[in-house]
Design a protein around this ligand. Structure first.
Ligand code: NAD
Ligand code: DAU
Length: 340
């Protein structure tokens, strides 16, 4: 099999490639990643030596750099590449449209031209918007994105759908809930809290901390994507979620408890504009149709994730001493200091 995976130096993409190549070492796998601030060569440790693995540093918008891989023939494209952080999208919406919408359009266009038999668009539950205290999003829920990030992902979903309907490109869209696990960039809640707590620094919780997210371990997400690659029905959407709803405050308290750190580290700071209150995802379709089941409970997965960050201090020290500094100054310090 010859597979193109985009965004494979990021959090989920690198976890996907590591698991996939371990199970299918004979695959010709082309990893296309621009290595933005979120892409990290260190995330690719352990899979660069597979004989069929090729890394290409390129923008998914760059037709010229990508076309030769399509010309050589591909059995599938999995598009993980994206700008993925909601707070950054509030500051830089154009970049999100450029990568998430136009970049996906470029890949869809190439896949159509070279008749790729499977295109998986990795989307998100955030395209459905926000929920009240009850109910779950199903694949039929209307798209109602609230952040520029979510809107850009919804735009990509609609283009992917249109390529199926108009041109018959065999597209499958996946919508997963909040992932956690190893190699997640420390702008996201769980690694940010973990690292701040390990350093004895304050842990920022937006608003009242009672927003609800539905957590899934990245390994369970990646196995679902692999099953969709093998058996997913073109032209359809699969929600991927493990039904682990927690308030942000509960998540932060659990991390502090595992680390033996005091709750006095928690700081309630200015809320995120347009902050979605609750996500909860119904994932019955993928369970019924493909037989997928999550295998990692939130308690076990969180404890293992905490242990991973404790053991991989060199990995995150390198990140936080680099370009991350300017992000921290721009986004976190103003919040912690109450200036936002
Ligand atoms: P991430 O930010 O960790 O990784 C994104 C990767 O894409 C990085 O390696 C980056 O260098 C690369 N990239 C960015 N712009 C690019 C471009 N123009 N061309 C090529 N590469 C580019 O993100 P993640 O958390 O691993 O998310 C991966 C995908 O999964 C995204 O599409 C995201 O929307 C989706 N998703 C994420 C979650 C989550 O909880 N993290 C949940 C559901 C869906
Ligand atoms: O639901 C899937 C989405 O999950 C993905 O599509 C996104 O790519 C991914 O970033 C994630 O989005 P969230 O906005 O839910 O994740 P984040 O880790 O940024 O925030 C999780 C919750 O924690 C959210 O309610 C905001 C809150 N939060 C976040 C940070 C970084 C805080 O309270 N304090 C923080 O410092």
């Amino acid at each position: 099999m010859r597979l193109m995976v985009t965004g494979g130096a990021g959090f989920i993409g690198s976890n996907f490639i590591r698991g996939f190549l371990a199970r299918h070492p004979e695959t010709q796998l082309i990893n296309v990643d621009l290595l933005t601030y979120a892409g990290n060569r260190d995330n690719m440790e352990g899979f660069t030596s597979y004989p069929g693995y090729v890394f290409v540093q390129a923008d998914i918008n760059d037709r010229e750099q990508l076309v030769k891989f399509f010309e050589q023939g591909l059995d599938g494209v999995i598009n993980f590449a994206a700008e993925s952080h909601v707070d950054r999208s509030i500051a830089e919406p154009h970049l999100f449209a450029q990568t998430n919408i136009l970049g996906t359009l470029n890949l869809l266009t190439l896949a159509r031209e070279y008749e790729v038999p499977k295109f998986i668009q990795i989307s998100t539950d955030e395209v459905y918007g926000t929920l009240g205290p009850t109910g779950q999003f199903t694949e039929e829920s209307p798209l109602a994105p609230n952040s520029p990030y979510a809107a850009s992902k919804a735009g990509a979903d609609l283009l992917a759908r249109a390529f199926y309907i108009t041109y018959g490109l065999p597209v499958v869209i996946t919508r997963c809930s909040n992932n956690y696990g190893p190699y997640q960039f420390p702008e996201k809640l769980i690694p940010l809290v973990l690292i701040n707590a390990l350093k004895g620094e304050p842990v920022p919780l937006y608003g009242d901390g009672k927003q609800v997210r539905d957590w899934i371990h990245v390994a369970d997400h990646c196995r679902a994507v692999e099953m969709i690659l093998q058996q997913g029905k073109p032209g359809t959407v699969y929600n991927i979620g493990a039904e682990n709803e927690r308030t942000n405050l509960e998540v932060v308290r659990s991390i502090l408890r595992i680390l033996g750190k005091p709750e006095s580290l928690i700081r309630f700071v200015a809320d995120r504009p347009g902050h979605d209150r609750r996500y909860a995802l119904a994932a019955g379709k993928i369970r019924r149709e493909l037989g997928w089941e999550p295998e990692i409970s939130f308690e076990q997965g969180l404890a293992e994730t905490v242990a991973w960050y404790v053991e991989h201090q060199a990995w995150w020290e390198k990140i936080i001493s680099g370009e991350y500094q300017s992000y921290y100054q721009r986004f976190y310090l103003p919040r912690l200091e109450g200036k936002e």
